[in-house]
Design a protein around this ligand. Structure first.
Ligand code: SF4
Ligand code: SF4
Length: 161
């Protein structure tokens, strides 16, 4: 039966104690990156080209009468794997012809959201969509909860849909 030598020599242990093999391995990795293509971009001067199908900020669409299109059916909230959607349903205000219920409260906690797009797929009336707008960089926890007014606000011109 062949014996496998697992113990290092005294010289190897001496080099290990001085971190020389680890340093050489580190230098090799660093040097190999010097000749690779650069991935960093000078954002925001240099805009990143987002991939097709990128899922960014949510938007609630309006119907032909400029009322929120959502019928408060809870399907998006049920489909959401991150439990990020909070909806409160109420009877539509007078004058909303052909409509029964609307969301008196509609919030998305974008800190919980994983931008999977399940809410968009679940919606039977195309009320909620994920646009190609990059989510905002914010500082406080509460700022990440987007309410109905924020979600229906017309998107800036850079938004493609
Ligand atoms: S994108 Fe996914 S995680 Fe975010 S709110 Fe919609 S269903 Fe929930
Ligand atoms: S956004 Fe769509 S799926 Fe969600 S509650 Fe409104 S109508 Fe239902």
């Amino acid at each position: 039966m062949a014996l496998i030598r697992t113990q290092s020599t005294r010289f190897e242990r001496f080099l290990d104690a001085l971190y020389i093999p680890a340093l050489l391995r580190g230098f090799r990795v660093t040097t190999s990156h010097l000749f690779r293509r650069r991935f960093t971009q000078d954002y925001p001067e240099e805009k990143r080209t987002l991939p097709v199908g990128y899922r960014g900020k949510h938007k609630l669409n309006l119907d032909a009468h400029e009322h929120v299109k959502c019928v408060a059916c809870y399907l998006c909230g049920t489909a959401c794997p991150a439990d990020a959607i909070l909806i409160e349903s109420a009877p539509c205000p007078p004058g909303w012809e052909g409509r029964d219920r609307y969301p008196s409260k509609f919030e998305i906690d974008t800190m919980k959201c994983i931008y999977c797009g399940f809410c968009e797929e679940a919606c039977p009336v195309d009320a909620i969509v994920l646009t190609d707008a990059v989510p905002d960089v914010l500082e406080k926890r509460g700022q990440f909860v987007r309410d109905r007014e924020d979600l229906v606000r017309q998107p800036p011109a850079s938004w493609k849909r």
